[in-house]
Design a protein around this ligand. Sequence first.
Ligand code: NDP
Ligand code: 13P
Length: 342
Amino acid sequence: MTNENASGGRMEFRTAGVIGAGAWGTALAQVCVRAGLDTTLQAREPQLVETLRTTRANDLYLPGVPLAEGLKFTADLADLGDCDLILAVPPAQHMRATLTAFAPHHRPGVPVVLCSKGVERGTMKLMTEVLAETLPDAPAAVLSGPSFAGEVARGLPTAVTLACADQALGQALLSTLSAPGFRPYLATDLIGAEAGGALKNVLAIACGVSEGRQLGRSAHAALITRGFAEMTRLAVAMGGQAETVAGLCGLGDLVLTCSSPQSRNMSLGLALGQGQTVEQALAGKRSVAEGYESAPAVRALAARLGVETPIAEGIAALLAGEITVDGLIDGLLSRPLKAERV
Ligand SMILES: NC(=O)C1=CN([C@@H]2O[C@H](COP(=O)(O)OP(=O)(O)OC[C@H]3O[C@@H](n4cnc5c(N)ncnc54)[C@H](OP(=O)(O)O)[C@@H]3O)[C@@H](O)[C@H]2O)C=CC1
Ligand SMILES: O=C(CO)COP(=O)(O)O
């Protein structure tokens, strides 16, 4: 795909490197192949790479999906050094180490599309900030929205937000990454896109708790709506736009993740609502529940910015063992009555 950038230069993307062969990296690699890109998927473990090559399936993270013909695999980040475009898809807490390891192989100017959803613990930084610190020469884009990996990998219709501050690059990425069944919409607000994706995971845990406690559809709808108000407040305080979180990367993803036990985050909440401890609910899980990982950072960020996020705050406290499920529910229902506003 060829496009022109602001200075009239031509942007051509023929090859894509996808870093991280979990469910989402694998699904996005499928999308890249469908979009006509010569695509290489990187997994950390040589043994997984061997299995991917020989079985043409990723039964560890994305069972039951035959992998696209032509998709290549590697364990070596150096093999992505020649790619025109990089999609970074490790869990958010490993983004810094992953990009740092890739840095010696990155060519200045090669865009990195950040596809992970979370806030870095300790630093409270978004993935774009982590990218700027690890690969300062990489133009950044964020891909986020309602998209279960299994559905995307099978080619079921999906729409996402693709945010990029550089309009020309964003347009080029939009046409490059669109594929049959995969429809990205362009935005320029990276912070809003990232804040939506990070916060919806924490809020989905709350919806799972409600489901596990059989609190009913009314409570579910209230949690989504008031959760969306929290998401909007936090995104705006971080420098994002309310309009962005009203789109696929915010409200869209919140609705999806809060509505299906396919979501790892909602399933975690479901288990907690049904009486399991956090340890029991996470035991033996290979897959990442980003809401669990990001909750302390979201909490710290909200406190630093002076933003009220009672649902996210309650989930962070529940996950930290500071309150019980009953305490969480009572706490939310006994808050002072107030005017309804974002
Ligand atoms: N699954 C989905 O439907 C969607 C996921 N996302 C986002 O994509 C990101 C990745 O999630 P997903 O693909 O689902 O992950 P999975 O839960 O499917 O897999 C976990 C991944 O984490 C990797 N990993 C574990 N430890 C490390 C480490 N120390 N350093 C680097 N990588 C590590 C694993 O690699 P290894 O096998 O080598 O340990 C594996 O690739 C998350 O931020 C998630 O929110 C976004 C949209 C949809
Ligand atoms: O981000 C996702 C869907 O958009 C995947 O949600 P979970 O990580 O909760 O499974």
